[in-house]
Write a protein that binds this ligand. Structure first.
Ligand SMILES: *Cc1c(COP(=O)(O)O)cnc(C)c1O
Length: 385
């Protein structure tokens, strides 16, 4: 056992003095809501992703929801997504009033299988919502082709994929909308926060209006120095705006995003070297021509090979002071979806098996070599090699 002080917290963000001072600057400025720092974060993010427009919102869940609403996807529509994702992906589709439809993952890449995806397209399909799982880019060509052939909206869930690229193209720029998360454990963390990349000025305006009550003008401009301006509610929008406090954190973390990526790549490599002789299945190497975001390092614990159940392995890691995660118990295992959508785990065998075997080891840039050693020792002690 370890004391609480040396527990390696899973997904712990690394906060530097720069963002701490930026938050203080925001607090001292008296402008803590949506303001100039949000605009700066949007501009910086769009520049990093080489995308024409970025709209900051309160979470990736909000980003997905707004993208669906903006695409006019709602009741009667189906949206195809993956069973191996966080519940927010499917919930956002439900929030929009549409029906999520699952296509199983490729067992190796753990991303939605484009062939199976094509078979789930029906007359009611309105969109495809792939997730770049763990930061590994989905095979986008067949997905983009399917969207073009069937006139479907492409919304990418890029919660793991800030740094992800395929053939030099950035994740989140393949379709109409790319949705990002700055939740506390993500590669850029603002406690809570999200961003939507989109191609046209109209779509960006649409998203900004929807994110702030459907009002025709930003509230922060309303209270600006150039005179009072009335707002007009043109539709019942949502309350999904980001604040300058969050953006203050995001601006500086985004500036370090590639340094952090390099550190995680080193940790990833150290795990690969040290764990290759264990009975664990390690994550597949990034494909040529792609950039993996290294958001999650997921190993599979096959009980027969490892002589230990996944859940016993999780407990053993925690007992040795190593915080671990599970990404994800497949969506069809959850009672709500079983009851209301009729999903059954057996219908999605790859996602179900992965969900029952998977363990995410800590992978954060703040980990020192000693922390990496602690994780490796803990795994080896439990599994031998
Ligand atoms: C974290 C996450 C989300 C939700 O992000 P929030 O910003 O917490 O709303 C959605 N999809 C995936 C794949 C995620 O990992």
């Amino acid at each position: 056992m370890t004391t609480e002080d040396d527990f390696l917290v899973f997904g712990q963000p690394v906060l530097h003095e720069e963002e701490i001072n930026e938050v203080l600057d925001t607090l001292r400025s008296g402008w803590i809501g949506t303001g100039p720092k949000v605009t700066r974060f949007e501009d910086d993010f769009a520049a990093y992703k080489e995308a024409p427009h970025a709209v900051a919102v309160s979470s990736c869940t909000a980003a997905l929801h707004l993208s669906l609403i903006s695409a006019d996807i709602g009741p009667g529509d189906e949206v195809i997504t993956t069973p191996l994702t966080f519940c927010a992906t499917a919930n956002a589709i439900l929030h929009a009033g549409a029906t999520p439809v699952l296509a199983d993952v490729d067992p190796k890449t753990m991303n939605i299988d484009p062939e199976g995806l094509k078979e789930t397209i029906t007359d009611r399909t309105a969109g495809i919502l792939p997730v770049h799982f763990a930061g590994r880019p989905c095979k986008m060509n067949p997905i983009v082709d399917a969207c073009q052939d069937h006139d479907l909206t492409l919304i990418e869930d890029c919660a793991h994929a800030i740094e992800t690229q395929r053939n030099g193209e950035h994740a989140g720029t393949f379709g109409e909308y790319g949705c990002f998360s700055f939740y506390a454990t993500k590669n850029v963390a603002t406690a809570e926060g999200g961003m939507i990349l989109t191609k046209t000025e109209e779509a960006a305006e649409d998203l900004r209006r929807l994110a702030l009550h459907g009002m025709s003008r930003d509230a922060w401009k309303r209270y600006g120095t150039d005179g009072y301006k009335h707002y007009h509610v043109v539709e019942p929008g949502y309350k999904y705006n980001m604040t300058d406090i969050q953006a203050a954190l995001g601006i500086h973390q985004l500036a370090r995003v590639d340094d952090n990526w390099e550190r995680r790549e080193m940790v990833w490599g150290a795990y690969n070297d040290a764990l290759k002789d264990t009975p664990l299945t390690l994550p597949p190497e990034p494909e040529p021509g792609t950039r993996h975001a290294y958001h999650l390092y997921t190993v599979l614990v096959d009980e027969d090979a490892a002589g230990i159940t996944r859940d016993a392995f999780l407990t053993a890691m925690t007992e040795q002071g190593v915080g671990v995660g599970v990404h994800y118990v497949a969506l069809p295992e959850h009672p709500y979806y079983q009851k209301n959508l009729g999903w059954e785990p057996e219908d999605f065998p790859h996602a179900t098996r992965i969900g029952r075997q998977t363990v995410s080891l800590p992978l954060t840039p703040g980990m020192g070599d000693d922390d990496v050693g602690t994780v490796i020792d803990a795994v080896q002690e439990k599994l031998g090699s």
